[in-house]
Design a protein around this ligand. Structure first.
Ligand SMILES: NC(=O)c1ccc[n+]([C@@H]2O[C@H](COP(=O)([O-])OP(=O)(O)OC[C@H]3O[C@@H](n4cnc5c(N)ncnc54)[C@H](O)[C@@H]3O)[C@@H](O)[C@H]2O)c1
Length: 271
């Protein structure tokens, strides 16, 4: 049976862990050649090796998405190796803001760091990948936003600002590509609470406001997600595969919410 992204070349930023890792594995199983980019030089090569051993095609390229210089090198490397780029998933992101009890506790340097990765990184990904994608006849761009890019929550304002920015950036780039008639579709994905390593990386007490208990995504989701549990990275990856593949060829400027029902409303559940 032919894979859903057979013969396509895909770049996944932040591809070494969590949601990115699940996307890499699924794309490779579905026939794509996957370029895993990440700052994590341990997990990245390990994942590429695992995918290759399982019969898939993947390589790892070390990349900090905030470096424009590195973006130029990455795109040149992809052009040299494969001569094309069909799918670009701008997934790398961090959640510093999630631990901050109030916006008045947030430092300007943390605000800037989060913006640099979550927003500047996405801008640079599009700026540098679009020309190669256009040259080779179009494709699909998927940007990882969040439920936090759709609605507000206390303590999440800085993170939400980046993810809300990604949401409308995706829609505007979708319009730019549609107007150009370049065959490139652009959509955003909005995960709810997904059990990945990101939750363990949220700095506790980084603001000087005392140590916060580490956030347990399963516990949090049990209380607030209508489906009563945290999502799995693979459940986001299957949505990304749909947007990346030709199955979604009439879908652009759209937002795919995968959140166990959180954006739709709430259900009361006994503790
Ligand atoms: N897990 C969730 O509940 C959740 C919910 C909504 C949105 N998201 C978003 O999904 C995306 C993936 O998150 P995850 O949960 O898989 O987290 P994760 O921490 O498991 O993975 C993120 C990856 O991004 C990489 N990364 C971080 N900074 C980078 C940089 N400067 N350059 C390149 N790579 C960098 C990390 O090394 C890591 O491999 C993020 O954009 C996140 O905001 C996650």
């Amino acid at each position: 049976m032919e894979g859903q992204v057979e013969g396509k070349v895909a770049l996944v930023t932040g591809g070494a862990s969590g949601i990115g890792e699940a996307i890499v594995e699924l794309f490779a199983r579905e026939g794509a050649t996957v370029v895993i980019s990440d700052i994590d030089e341990l997990r990245g090569p390990d994942l590429a090796q695992r995918v290759t051993k399982a019969g898939g095609k993947a390589i790892f390229l070390e990349q900090d998405v905030t470096s424009e210089e590195r973006w130029i090198e990455i795109v040149a490397e992809i052009a040299k190796r494969y001569g094309r780029l069909d799918i670009m998933v701008s997934n790398a992101g961090i959640g510093i803001g999630i631990a901050v009890p109030s916006i008045v506790d947030m430092t300007l340097s943390d605000w800037r760091k989060q913006n640099a990765i979550n927003l500047d990184g996405v801008f640079l990904s599009v700026k540098h990948c679009l020309p190669l994608m256009r040259k080779t006849g179009g494709g699909s761009i998927v940007m990882m936003s969040s439920l936090a890019g759709l609605r507000g929550a206390p303590g999440l304002s800085a993170y939400s600002a980046t993810k809300g920015g990604v949401r409308l950036f995706a829609k505007s780039i979708a319009m730019e590509c549609a107007a150009a008639g370049d065959g490139i579709r652009v959509n955003s994905v909005h995960p709810g609470i997904i059990d990945t390593p990101i939750w363990g990386k949220i700095p506790t007490g980084a603001t000087g406001a005392g140590q916060n208990a580490p956030i347990d995504p399963e516990e949090r989701a049990r209380l607030v997600a209508p489906l009563g549990r945290a999502g799995h990275a693979a459940e986001i990856a299957s949505g990304v595969l749909y947007l990346a593949s030709d199955a979604s060829r009439y879908v652009t400027g759209s937002e795919l919410v995968i959140d166990g029902g959180m954006n739709a409303g709430g259900v009361s559940r006994r503790q």
